[in-house]
Design a protein around this ligand. Structure first.
Ligand code: PDD
Length: 300
């Protein structure tokens, strides 16, 4: 059943490619080439990060690089660069990107080698960083989401490039006229296909606790800290789908989404309270982005 003829997120088909970084070299993305024997291509054997940039400021770089290093370690992929070497690469791409704001996509795969399940001990990781245009959005009217069972693996805390279940779930949402899916395991809310989930009930903000079944979102973790420091009642606790259906507000968070409201869950409109907490949460997140130290800024 179609619920909504026009999903809120529209992607431009003519995105400019922009500059890129591949294995130590800056070059136009259109000229970047990797081997067909790369394990990222053959096995989805790699990890990634998506870092937002605004006015050419790369946001929360330290947090993203820390998570990248955790993902690399979890998959036993060699660290291609010392942590401090990412900053100048990301700053330069944000400076030279075709748009003043967007996202930087950073991917590290295990590298190229014989097509064997068991990888050879010594592999040279492949590193790609490119600019992404952030899709045009009308987030004010809110997102339509559908709930469905989580069909992904058990290590969703690792930001692996192996996203086939996520893209199929997103397709399922689109077919239903929705923007996103909210995934559940054993009746408990986990996250969306590319975002974390918050709900508000009776003035309390709740979000599921960290587990191996969800990505520890940078936006989620920072927002939760800001809400707590601002004195808003908030907690990490398991949320059932039943409880989610009774929510006054549902928000999705992510690096390219920010803090976005949900307006329809499985076709049912949410009825926000007279004074929703969303504007407060969005303002706290906006302020955080402006804070000194939140961003890496390219030298002119
Ligand atoms: N996705 N959960 C999943 C499964 C995600 O893929 C993402 C981000 C998030 C939010 O995490 P963060 O706040 O760190 O962006 C949660 C990125 C943007 C993507 O795959 O494009």
């Amino acid at each position: 059943m179609r619920m909504d003829p026009a999903p809120a997120v529209a992607v431009s088909s003519e995105a400019a490619l922009g500059p890129a970084y591949l294995d130590g070299e800056f070059l136009p993305l259109a000229e970047a080439r990797v081997s067909v024997l790369d394990r990222g291509f053959l096995f989805g054997d790699g990890v990634y990060e998506v870092l937002p940039f605004e006015q050419r400021r790369v946001l929360f770089g330290a947090e993203h690089i820390r998570r990248l290093e955790r993902s690399l370690a979890a998959l036993e992929i060699q660290r291609p660069l010392p942590a401090k070497d990412w900053e100048p690469i990301l700053k330069r791409l944000a400076r030279d990107a075709p748009w003043p704001g967007g996202a930087l996509y950073l991917q590290v795969t295990r590298g190229a080698g014989p097509r064997l399940h068991l990888w050879p001990e010594q592999m040279r990781p492949t590193v790609l960083v490119m600019c992404l245009e952030t899709p045009q959005r009308d987030l004010q009217r809110g997102l339509a989401v559908i709930s469905c069972g989580d069909i992904r693996w058990d290590w969703c805390h690792i930001k692996a490039v192996t996203l086939l279940p996520n893209v199929l779930l997103r397709r399922r949402a689109a077919r239903a006229g929705a923007d996103e899916v909210i995934l559940t395991r054993a009746g408990k809310v986990v996250e969306a296909s590319s975002a974390n989930v918050f709900m508000v009930r009776d003035g309390r903000v709740l979000t599921p606790p960290h587990s191996e079944h969800m990505l520890p979102g940078i936006t989620r973790d920072l927002l939760l800290r800001e809400l707590d420091q601002a004195g808003l009642p908030c907690a990490e606790q398991p949320i059932t789908l039943r409880e989610l259906r009774a929510a006054h507000e549902i928000w999705l968070t992510g690096s390219t989404l920010g803090v976005a409201p949900v307006r329809l869950l499985d076709g049912q409109p949410l009825v926000p309270p007279e004074t929703p907490l969303l504007p407060r949460a969005q303002a706290l997140y906006q302020e955080l982005k402006q804070r000194p130290g939140a961003a890496w800024t390219a030298d002119a």
